[in-house]
Ligand binder design. Structure first.
Ligand SMILES: Nc1ncnc2c1ncn2[C@@H]1O[C@H](COP(=O)(O)OP(=O)(O)O)[C@@H](O)[C@H]1O
Ligand SMILES: [Mg+2]
Length: 301
């Protein structure tokens, strides 16, 4: 599957279309133009001169997230939760001083966290207020839902949960937990942490089985629509659930990893072959979302 993953990327994703998602500000613009909800953009810092003013963009009550426009794997993402005694506070409760904020933003703009180390922009993004739904199994941060979409058809999904180790981020590389999701029911079954299968959240010890994800049909349809706005035939779609706004598109990945297989406890190859054998041309996003569920059912999960 490792080899197949690479060929899927080169077969289905043209370099030109990949550029649309390698910069999160472009993805956000495309999503908003198509009416797909996404976290708001409070501001952008383009050069190191302006980094000391980054705090002007941060909401004092609800904070914000500072992230590299061309970042990946949760690197360089600073989740600020509130203003606190002339300074700021992070998702894990630690204090962030004005100097830390400035220094972090300089690192982002100079490209420390970006693909290829090129100079970048620092995005100051609305901090998603996560639904209480997963309080028992998400620790100090925002879980996200990763959906793999082939030819516009969702083929697999996992719920990624932050842990005390992952510092407010849900990325598996940072120590987050990945739980497989049944596309038909939108419920989790089993999970993995650092590549090993687990049954309970490592911090809270609550079960990771049978957790229902709210707005599941909307999440699948949004994922299918991500194909329409990018024409990327093989995509990883990251969605977060906001308390008030519901599902929001966080980012798109043109080179999705295959750890989702481990979270799901089974390979993706047969589902991929199944979708490849079908003519999906001209199907609307909701029909493709439904098709994904049917294929998932016939392949077992
Ligand atoms: N606006 C936000 N509000 C709250 N948490 C966020 C926000 N943006 C990112 N995060 C946290 O950081 C993780 C990674 O963010 P993402 O935008 O997908 O960047 P990356 O490309 O590095 O994976 C998310 O899964 C989430 O846990
Ligand atoms: Mg991501």
């Amino acid at each position: 599957m490792n080899r197949r993953n690479l060929t899927l990327i080169s077969e289905y994703n043209s370099p030109r279309n990949m550029r649309l998602v390698d910069d999160k500000t472009i993805t956000k613009r495309l999503a908003l133009e198509a009416g797909i909800p996404a976290p708001g953009l409070y501001g952008l810092v383009h050069n190191t001169r302006d980094c000391s003013r980054v705090d002007h963009f941060i909401d004092r009550q609800v904070g914000a997230v500072i992230k590299p426009a061309k970042g990946s794997q949760g690197q360089g993402i600073l989740v600020i939760t509130e203003h606190y005694e002339a300074n700021w506070r992070k998702a894990n409760g630690q204090c962030v001083y004005a100097d830390d904020l400035n220094y972090h933003t300089i690192n982002v703009v100079s490209g420390l966290f970006s693909l290829g180390g090129q100079p970048d922009k620092a995005m100051v993004e609305e901090r998603v207020q996560f639904t209480d739904h997963f309080n028992d199994i998400a620790v100090k941060g925002v879980p996200d839902i990763r959906v793999i979409v082939l030819k516009g058809v969702p083929i697999a999904a996992m719920l990624r949960l932050p842990t005390s180790e992952s510092d407010g981020k849900a990325n598996l590389h940072r120590g987050g937990v990945g739980a497989g999701v049944d596309l038909c029911t939108g419920k989790t079954y089993g999970a993995m942490h650092h590549g090993l299968r687990i049954k309970e959240h490592p911090d809270t010890k609550n079960t990771l089985d049978g957790v229902a994800i709210p707005h599941w049909e909307t999440i699948l349809e949004m994922s299918a629509r991500a194909y329409d706005i990018t024409q990327l035939g093989y995509l990883g779609v990251d969605i977060v659930l906001d308390k008030e706004r519901g599902p929001l598109l966080l980012e798109l990945n043109a080179r999705p990893g295959i750890s989702i297989q481990v979270a799901n406890g089974k390979g993706l190859l047969s589902r991929i072959q199944h979708i490849e054998s079908l003519n999906t041309e001209g199907l609307s996003a909701d029909k493709r979302a439904f098709l994904g569920q049917m294929v998932n059912r016939s392949e077992g999960h």
